[in-house]
Design a protein around this ligand. Sequence first.
Ligand SMILES: O=C(O)[C@H](CCc1ccccc1)CC1(C(=O)N[C@@H](Cc2c[nH]c3ccccc23)C(=O)O)CCCC1
Ligand SMILES: [Zn+2]
Length: 324
Amino acid sequence: KASFKYVNYEGPQRDLVFVDTITGKVAARHPQIMYGRSLITQDCNQKTRRCRSVSTSSDTISSGDQAIDDAHNYAIATYDYYLNNHGRDSIDNAGMTLKSRVHYSRNYNNAFWDGSQMTYGDGDGVTFAPLSQDADVVAHELTHGVTERSSGLIYQNESGALNEAWSDIFGAMVDRQEGAAGSDIWLIGEDIYTPGAPGDALRNMADPASMGDYDYYPDRYTGSSDNGGVHWNSGIANLAFQLLVDGGQHPRNKTPEVTVTGIGFDDAAAIFYAANINCLTPSSNFASARYCTALQAKALFDGGQLSSDHQTSIHLAWDAVGVP
Ligand SMILES: O=C(O)[C@H](CCc1ccccc1)CC1(C(=O)N[C@@H](Cc2c[nH]c3ccccc23)C(=O)O)CCCC1
Ligand SMILES: [Zn+2]
């Protein structure tokens, strides 16, 4: 029997939504609160300054330039994902304009969130194709904005790895919404990484070590490169999420005694989203991530009961990747 509850999400405009307490999904939104997507997409024309606006449409576009169209349209897809699944109205939960810039610099092999906008390079055509051309990359960048305005996870060391993982996690969720299926859901950047070599990706959430990232907390990187390995240790939390969704065991038998019972995409995403807006803080570490995700599982799905299947699955998923 589905029951609904009035949930106040944080943010300047208190988002009153009805959340189905069985599925954790937004069932209805407060009628008085109007929602409208607002976007600005700019073409930097291979420069780094004075990019010019090419679209302010609140709907999908087809300009003929795939980098422009994908940046704009995948930002819309990500806005829709957050509104329909988590009741969040844009990056700030108050209808903030989604600003994107493409064709940034020359042969720029990266993309980034700078605190107010998403920026995408064209890649050099060997290592990367234009980076806006993968839904999980666009959702990854936009989610940095969400995290900045919720937990504020500091972008270094363990909190930075969690920041990175949350961006990969919601990147995967948007990729799935856009049609990715099976193991492709867990690949990050598969559409833009080494365009000449199919089948590889920037990261693999289901087997991080296959792309050179970490998958077991005791083995984590503790050096100073990559802001303390934020793109490498993120694999530990990425794998925990994938095991929570699908169930199973560590792909490289780091914890053969642990078998997770999966709880599915929707419940896992609801728990991880709630952890970011209700529990995690700027200096949260991996142990805090275990605590916060278990707490949100209890609040969202177990009616506040102490022991329950979702909480058990959460603890086993973190056990599987060796997080204390
Ligand atoms: O958002 C992020 O975390 C990454 C932004 C990194 C960045 C930060 C500050 C200034 C410039 C760039 C961008 C992405 C990323 O994961 N970059 C990794 C991998 C990578 C991409 N291009 C590279 C070129 C050289 C080395 C590593 C990379 C990184 O910057 O580490 C996310 C999805 C795809 C690109
Ligand atoms: Zn990132």
